[in-house]
Design a protein around this ligand. Structure first.
Ligand code: GDP
Ligand code: MG
Length: 206
């Protein structure tokens, strides 16, 4: 049987970006629409199978509130991995994420694997709208003198306008800072298993 390694992982990020929800999705494959805020921190474990080994994540899900900030070093000290979460519909949450990354890069284990997760991507995905991605196809049609403004693109435009952090901007920052990067949805599960699996692959074999 492959050896099972324990990996201590900490979640950091502004309150309400969905840290606990991402963990709940990963550990129990569930989602709660009105998740109660975390007090202090919660501890959960979950196995992660790679081709050649199994890791056992020991997950510290911290509270995002400023009044708990002084407790954070207790959770990231000795952590081998960190997931710093922001909300793609809230630009200031990326600023907060960047400040957590800075703190980790200064104070945490120098070999820590850090991943940046842009959560709630379900709120900006326009896949539920039939107009998704077709807003410019009117250009292919012959001009119709009676044409009204293209209303079919409204749905896509509306859901895309919820996005406050362009994927490319976050990706560029992550690359520059040496972080793994994923957009995730705890609600649909998009990107969640991938996030934890890619982190696992970067944990050095002892
Ligand atoms: P935390 O404070 O960072 O742990 O955030 P929570 O996990 O408590 O989530 C805060 C709120 O956002 C809750 O109402 C969640 O149901 C909601 N939420 C979390 N993740 C997502 C997501 O991916 N999509 C959507 N639409 N809502 C989410
Ligand atoms: Mg929480």
């Amino acid at each position: 049987a492959p050896a099972s390694v324990q990996v201590k992982l900490v979640l950091l990020g502004e309150a309400a970006v969905g840290k606990s929800s991402v963990v709940l999705r990963f550990v129990q494959n569930e989602f709660q629409e009105n998740k109660e805020p975390t007090i202090g921190a919660a501890f959960l474990t979950q196995k992660c199978r790679l081709e050649d080994r199994v890791l056992r994540y020991e997950i510290w899900d911290t509270a995002g509130q400023e009044r708990f900030h002084s407790l954070a070093p207790m959770y990231y000290r000795n952590a081998q991995a960190a997931v710093v979460v922001y909300d793609v519909t809230k630009a200031v949450s990326l600023d907060k994420a960047k400040s957590w990354v800075k703190e980790l890069q200064r104070q945490a284990n120098p070999n820590i694997v850090i991943a940046l997760a842009g959560n709630k991507v379900d709120l900006v995905n326009s896949t539920s709208s039939p107009a998704a991605g077709v807003s410019s196809d009117a250009e292919d049609e012959p001009d119709d003198a009676t044409a009204t403004p293209n209303e079919s693109s409204t749905g896509a435009a509306e859901s895309e306008s919820l996005r406050q952090v362009p994927r490319e901007e976050a990706q560029a920052y992550a690359t520059e800072a040496g972080l793994l990067f994923f957009e995730t949805s705890a609600k649909t599960g998009e990107g969640v298993v991938e996030l934890f699996t890619e982190i696992a692959k970067k944990i050095p074999i002892e």
